[in-house]
Design a protein around this ligand. Structure first.
Ligand code: UD1
Ligand code: MG
Length: 251
């Protein structure tokens, strides 16, 4: 197997920022709230720049004019209705080349993923291993989706907290939401995701089981919990801001 000799894959990025962010309790769009002195979305886009992606698409919806005013140069696609994370990525289909490149999915409200972590995740994708999912082991597993692996350590499926059994909720490996996949395969699988679940949403996470059913392998990578902390409320934003300040004091 000549995997080590292959050249770096072309990367395309999809950044999800269409959610309303109701839990922020603010008119300012969620991804524009400031973390360590700059908008959360700017953290994502700046880290992404270091990756040399060939194409970056931001999926926007509610309050999108705030985003395009602050970032006039980004390429956006509109998800008119927020029908779930899978539906949001699918909204970018026409703006993403459907080829053997790697599509990296990022969240506007998960601002601290480093370029190294992004690259490591993308490097795990090969022809047969069509998907790589970024997991983490937080102190408090809260309501995160859980990564269910098989006895060979490959990812079998992701179960959302709402759907998880008591036993599955004991699983310490959580879904960061961030994943990388072969562009053509990812979008083919996404088109087959259904919304027959407790939230009635199209879950991005369902592509894992669909990939396995189609005979592909799915792998995981693990991130430092701080890197994949998501921000859903002002409290969470304040907490992350002070965690970052502490880190700076230690250095
Ligand atoms: C998601 C994952 C969960 C994971 C968690 C990590 C799914 C189904 N679940 O859950 O496994 O543990 O993230 O934080 O993917 N968005 C859109 N359009 C939509 C819905 C969401 O753009 O229609 C965007 C949001 O703006 C946000 C991101 O997608 O940036 C995640 O959405 P959110 O509703 O916060 O997902 P979670 O329930 O947290
Ligand atoms: Mg969330």
């Amino acid at each position: 197997m000549a995997h080590h000799s292959k050249t770096k894959a072309v990367i395309q990025a999809v950044v999800l920022a269409a959610g309303k962010g109701t839990r922020m309790g603010s008119d300012l769009h969620k991804v524009l709230h400031s973390l360590a002195g700059k908008p959360m979305l700017a953290h994502v886009l700046d880290n992404l720049k270091k990756l040399d992606a060939s194409n970056t698409v931001v999926v926007v919806g509610a309050g999108r004019e705030q985003i395009t005013n602050m970032f006039p140069d980004i390429k956006t696609v509109i998800q008119e209705e927020q029908l779930g994370t899978g539906h949001a990525v699918l909204a970018a289909k026409n703006a993403i080349a459907q080829d053997s490149s790697v599509t990296l999915v990022l969240y506007g409200d998960v601002p601290l993923v480093s370029a190294d972590t992004m690259q490591t995740l993308c490097n795990k994708v090969t022809q047969q291993r069509c998907l790589a999912v970024l997991g983490f082991r937080p102190k408090d597993t809260l309501a995160y989706g859980r990564l269910i692996t098989d006895d060979t350590g490959e990812l079998e499926r992701i179960v959302e907290y709402a759907e998880a059994s008591e036993a599955e909720r004991q699983e310490p490996l959580c879904n960061s939401g961030i994943l990388a996949g072969r562009s053509d395969v990812l979008f083919e699988l996404l088109a087959r995701v259904e919304n027959d679940n407790s939230k009635g949403e199209y879950y991005l996470t369902d592509v894992v089981a669909l990939a396995r059913d189609a005979g592909y392998q799915v792998v995981t990578a693990e991130a430092d919990p701080l890197e994949v902390t998501g921000v859903n409320s002002k409290d969470e934003l304040a907490k992350l801001n002070s965690q970052l300040a502490e880190e700076r004091d230690v250095l």
